[in-house]
Write a protein that binds this ligand. Sequence first.
Ligand SMILES: [Zn+2]
Length: 355
Amino acid sequence: MNESNLKALKCAAYYHGAQFGDFPFFFKQIEIDETFSHIEMWLRQLFQEDLSRIRSLAKTPEIKTVLESFNNEEGFLKQYDKIISGYSILFDIKEMPSLHLVDKLPEPFSCKEWDAVSVDDQDEKKFSIPKGVYYRKAVLTHCYFEFVIAHELSHWIVSLHSKSYIPYVTLFEEGLCDLLGAYILNKHSIIPIDAITNLFAYNRALKPSDSLWYAYWSYCKAAMNIALGNGFDKIRDIIKSGRGNIREFPIQGGSLNNEDDHAKSDIKNLICALLKADMLYTIPAEEFMVLKTNFQYAEEHINPEKMAKDLKISPGRLNSILANLASRGLIVIESDNMIYQPSVILSDNIKYVNL
Ligand SMILES: [Zn+2]
């Protein structure tokens, strides 16, 4: 295999989420044999699916275009700006860090086995290095670049919202940053969602269970549970509460028990969290009851007076519940005070909380 084919293959591998460190392994398997007896069944399937896509994609104009756009540093800087804009919108922030593509990470980080580091205002003062996101050129490869950058920018956002300087981040923050990064990538990157989830599979979920990267994944799952139960706004609120509060945030112990975890269903949960991120409503139990019991099959107008009677609540109380539901767009109240539920909205995405 010649140099340019190798490059195309590498790019295609990244396009579908393969991990850079495993590329020699990929390459060897393609050239020599295609058996993967030493890895678990699902990983084997995942690899094989990716490999067949990679084989065909490496020859297509689609992947050639991707390849060309990332041929020089300009392509990476452009993609960086796109990801940055996602964070600016979500957190309403004007000033985002600049990207430094470097041969080695600045001191005191050069000895770490990291591919990138985010240097904030406080680090700038402490270590006398210009703030920004530093990324090692040696690992500059399309999808992986975006995966790492989105994670680092999430740390940056946490720092921006932190009142005091805390030098070390917790694993829960790492998990939150992974999830937020995935959310931003899903919205603002050209990486397809299956590649994003493959990136998580290769870089996190399928790492040995005693590794640091697997611990990131465990805490990412804790964050995923929060997102699935309370909507993505809750994740944004936790991030905005700053590093000190993230350290103290109570995480449900159950979600960190990996014993019978299955990577495949975890990845499904990630997809679910990403796809439902903007569609999940959390509403008080009373509102939920009104919504579910009265609008389940309603495509016709409903009379509020009759509803209050049926529910055995006062008309005043019902009015305020209806007003809350309407303000969320979950029901529509018409000028003649008739109410209807747009059937398209009523779905499993509505959860309730007992307030
Ligand atoms: Zn991190």
